[in-house]
Design a protein. Structure first.
Length: 172
C-alpha cells in the first residue's frame, strides 16, 4: 500500500511540473507559416516601416529559460522586392542590437520559401536595448509577398533549442 501512495505522489508531482521547453507547432497567422515554439506564444501586431513602405508587422513569440523566441512577418504590397526588404531588415536588426564585430551568416530557405540571396540565417553578438549583452540568431526568408524573420535572443542560446526552432519553420 505504501508503494502505491508513493507512486501516486510521484505521478502527481510529475503532472504538476512543466518543462522549460515544451515544444508545440503553431501557425503564424495571417500567413500559412508553421513554426515550432517551446512555450505558449503571445501575439502582437503594429504598423512599421519596412522596405520604404508602411506595413502591418505581425509577431508571435514567447520567452522561456531566459531565451526569447519570435516569428515576425509582413505582407508586402504588389510585387515589392522581398529580397531587398530581407536585406534591409537584417541590417536594421544588427544596427538596433549594436552588433559587435563580424556576424556569421549562411543560406536559409525553409520548406516552401523562395530561394532568395537574402534568405539567410545570421548569428551576432550585441546588446539589448537596456544594455546587457545578447546573442541574436535571426533567420530571414520570404514566400511571394510575405517576408519573415524568425529569431532567438539570449545571453547564450542553448544549441539544442535552436535546431527544433529553425527546422520547425515550414510553408505549405
Amino acid at each position: 500500500m505504501h508503494r502505491s501512495w508513493a507512486a501516486l505522489l510521484l505521478l502527481a508531482a510529475a503532472a504538476g511540473c512543466s518543462p522549460t521547453f515544451n515544444w508545440r507547432e503553431v501557425r503564424a497567422q495571417p500567413s500559412e507559416l508553421k513554426a515550432m515554439l517551446p512555450c505558449k506564444p503571445d501575439k502582437a501586431a503594429r504598423r512599421m516601416p519596412i522596405g520604404g513602405r508602411e506595413v502591418e508587422l505581425s509577431a508571435l513569440g514567447c520567452e522561456t529559460g531566459e531565451v526569447t523566441y519570435a516569428v515576425l512577418q509582413a505582407e508586402l504590397a504588389g510585387t515589392a522586392g522581398a529580397d531587398e526588404v530581407l536585406s534591409q531588415w537584417n541590417r536594421a536588426t544588427l544596427a538596433n542590437m549594436k552588433a559587435e564585430g563580424g556576424s556569421r551568416s549562411s543560406a536559409f530557405v525553409p520548406p516552401g520559401a523562395d530561394p532568395l540571396p537574402s534568405s539567410q540565417r545570421v548569428s551576432a553578438k550585441g546588446h539589448r536595448a537596456e544594455g546587457p549583452p545578447v546573442r541574436a540568431e535571426p533567420a530571414y526568408f520570404a514566400r511571394v509577398r510575405h517576408v519573415y524573420q524568425a529569431v532567438v535572443y539570449a545571453a547564450d542560446p542553448p544549441p539544442e533549442t535552436l535546431q527544433p526552432f529553425f527546422e520547425g519553420l515550414k510553408l505549405p
